[in-house]
Design a protein around this ligand. Structure first.
Ligand SMILES: [Mg+2]
Length: 341
């Protein structure tokens, strides 16, 4: 009857999300082969009860990760369409599961929305988030909604599983291990840079896929774990320099990285390789950064994603960057938090 785009009442919003979250019978996984190791449903009771009831497959452990997506911090409504915000919101959680070599099972979403936010925005956001979830066989198992006094806040929790004792940690790297990264780096930060430089111009989403439609490396993470290749692993959410520092700190080691070897994303039209600073410090690429013993052969492509060796782990607890001339300087972890300012 009323066709104005009015905000959705909480009850109606939950009912709508519940309907969208229903398993669609046959799960679509557009072009991505995600192997379901547990055929029985993981969420026994989902939205509608006080708690979700999850089934943990025998001989598995649970993985839980939580990530905020805050308006003005992680996205801007004038730069990021609602679908992009929804997609990226879930990607943050899925990427953490990938970094442990895990299999995602269920997601939980808490939303605080400003009173004047349109139904259309919420629908597009939720639709994209649930679409990505279904692509990976993940059920939206619950959440919460509230009114936000200022801006949109979305908190996503993703639960996954990994065979007992097989989670790939940040802490397993040893001196002599080689350092690898999947895909290319810097593409996401380059998009942000462009939007900041020209706030009025709309970027073509397809020219900056890693920023607007990042695909979490779930399949790659699982294959790596199954082959027992990584000694340590982390996803590049904060930027290479910061994420490598996290991994080294947890492992009690240092690293030496060759600038020339770092795979840089190509963005824009005509496509151009991003500046090395973007690849070194730009975050939110959601690639996998891992180490493997020098005795293990690591393929140059896995799960359809290029794998590049960028350096090696050292005993000395410093992170060094070697330039083209062979000159080494210390690589400060000036990742995302610093970079985005
Ligand atoms: Mg992470």
């Amino acid at each position: 009857m009323i066709s104005f785009d009015v905000p959705l009442a909480e009850k109606a919003l939950i009912a709508e999300i519940r309907r969208m979250a229903m398993p669609s019978g046959q799960r679509r996984r557009a072009g991505i082969s995600v192997r379901i190791t547990h055929s029985a449903p993981a969420v026994l009771t989902g939205i509608g009860d006080d708690c979700a009831v999850l089934r943990v497959p025998p001989d598995h452990q649970m993985l839980v990760t939580t990530d905020f997506s805050l308006e003005g911090v992680h996205f801007r409504r004038d730069w990021h369409p609602a679908e992009v915000v929804g997609h990226r919101c879930l990607t943050r959680g899925l990427s953490d599961i990938a970094a442990m070599g895990g299999e995602p099972l269920a997601a939980f979403l808490s939303l605080a929305l400003p009173r004047d936010l349109s139904q259309t925005w919420v629908r597009r956001f939720t639709h994209a988030l649930i679409g990505l979830a279904k692509q990976f066989g993940v059920t939206l198992g619950g959440g919460d909604t509230a009114e936000s006094p200022n801006g949109i806040l979305a908190d996503i929790i993703v639960v996954g599983t990994v065979p007992k004792g097989k989670a790939v940690l940040r802490s397993g790297a040893s001196a002599g291990d080689r350092i690898f990264v999947s895909g290319q780096l810097g593409g996401s930060a380059a998009a942000l840079w462009q939007m900041r430089k020209k706030p009025k111009t709309k970027l073509n989403v397809r020219e900056y896929p890693r920023h607007f439609r990042p695909q979490p490396r779930i399949e790659l993470g699982r294959i790596l774990r199954e082959r027992g290749l990584p000694s340590a692993m982390i996803d590049t959410s904060d930027g290479l320099s910061t994420d490598l520092a996290h991994l080294c700190e947890e492992s009690g080691v240092g690293a030496e990285v060759e600038a020339e070897l770092i795979p840089r994303a190509s963005v824009g039209k005509p496509a151009r390789e991003v500046d090395i600073e973007f690849a070194l410090h730009g975050g939110e690429d959601y690639e996998l950064l891992f180490t493997a013993p020098a005795t293990r052969r690591v393929p140059s492509r896995m799960a359809g994603v290029p794998i590049t060796q960028i350096g090696h782990i050292t005993r000395r607890r410093k992170i060094l960057l070697m330039d083209r001339a062979g000159i080494r300087r210390e690589l400060q972890p000036r990742g995302w938090e610093h970079f985005r300012r």
